[in-house]
Design a protein. Structure first.
Length: 371
């Protein structure tokens, strides 16, 4: 069968790559064309467009790049029609993918959505359209199945969170070579230039206060080294690694992490973390008025309590970061509680089993039934 998969971010590329591998195990004749990244291409997908050309963050940034976004949408629709897939598989990335889903429904295409948009947080009004346009919804957060059924009378399928299997596989590997002679603190400032510029300088400013530690920045794929060299100039105990974020987390004593999937990855590696968020003033003020959740970290949202502290916008200061990091490194009671919460989190996310395999089985079987 012919599959067309669209992912628009680094996390979507990761989960898309594992999904591609599982689909190919079940459907040896699978032909997979995709929007994503290096991982999806390496897994056997024919890459049409890299997510680096798609990723725009925040309200103002999206407005500034509307022409590019609409040009990508037009090209995507033309490419889908030219390739006539048996199904369209959309992975997260709702601003783009929901537009494609609505259009695809009008074309009579079968639409599968893997990793639901976080409509429970904001833009809940999208659900009516999603229910009309999506043939099969696969969700990865344990509370989403009940949310869609109870509030929208929509039966969706919970497959577990794909990060659990990714982290488990990484932890089964031999320990990586040490990044430093000193204990390591990981800095995960994000994958896009605009968010890195907002947060990394603040993270770096904390490093001189912890001279007994080596701070290591996880460099985003595709960003030039000169970009980081300029930001890191003058900091003696700071270095960076490329394409080795998981190796970095495996040997880190603590981490400063931008909001998003990275907060969950850090927790699954059992690394104490501080969640950091800072956007443009306009984007932040708009977001504050429309987002309906209590927390910005997936760790806290899934556990429905404050497991990891969040420093948001004006609270993201050098002084606050210093205080939080010092506690994570030295407060034994806090470390013990965090360890227990992380174990409970992992248990919740493992209930669905191997997510990529379950998703692939569900997709392939469903398509064969439809055939």
């Amino acid at each position: 069968m012919n599959y067309y998969i669209i992912a628009g971010e680094a996390s979507g590329d990761l989960h898309g790559s594992n999904l591609i591998r599982e689909i190919k195990q079940l459907d040896e004749a699978a032909s997979i064309r995709c929007w994503g990244g290096d991982k999806m291409q390496a897994a056997g997908g024919e890459l049409v467009k890299h997510y680096r050309e798609l990723a725009f963050m925040g309200f103002t940034e999206v407005l500034m790049n509307l022409r590019t976004i609409f040009r990508n949408l037009k090209f995507c629709k033309e490419d889908i029609l030219a390739n006539k897939p048996d199904t369209l598989i959309l992975i997260d990335y709702p601003g783009f993918n929901l537009r494609i889903a609505k259009w695809a429904r009008a074309q009579g295409l079968k639409v599968i959505y893997y990793i639901s948009p976080q409509v429970w947080a904001w833009k809940e009004g999208r659900v009516k359209m999603m229910k009309e346009c999506i043939d099969k919804m696969l969700v990865i957060l344990p509370f989403e199945k009940d949310y869609f059924k109870t509030k929208w009378n929509w039966d969706v399928e919970y497959v577990g969170h794909p990060l659990v299997e990714v982290v488990d596989a990484k932890q089964a590997e031999p320990p990586p070579p040490s990044f430093a002679e000193k204990p390591v603190i990981a800095l995960l400032p994000g994958s896009r230039k605009q968010e890195i510029l907002k947060k990394l300088p603040i993270m770096l400013s904390v490093s001189p206060r912890f001279p007994d530690y080596q701070f290591v920045v996880a460099k985003a794929p595709g960003l030039e080294e000169s970009f980081y060299d300029e930001l890191m100039r003058g900091y003696d105990n700071v270095s960076y690694v490329s394409n080795r974020t998981y190796d970095l987390l495996r040997q880190s004593k603590a981490a400063l992490v931008t909001s998003g999937t990275a907060t969950l990855e850090t927790a699954l590696f059992a690394v104490p973390e501080v969640v950091c968020y800072k956007g443009s003033p306009i984007s932040y003020e708009i977001a504050k008025r429309v987002i309906k959740v209590k927390y910005i970290s997936l760790v806290n949202l899934i556990m429905d309590k404050l497991v990891v502290n969040e420093l948001i916008q004006h609270d993201l200061t050098v002084e606050n970061l210093h205080k939080e990091l010092n506690e994570l490194l030295n407060d034994e009671k806090r470390k013990a509680q965090l360890k227990k919460d992380y174990e409970d989190l992992r248990q919740l996310l493992s209930e669905g089993g191997n997510a990529s395999h379950k998703a692939a089985v569900s997709i392939v079987n469903w398509l064969r039934e439809k055939k």
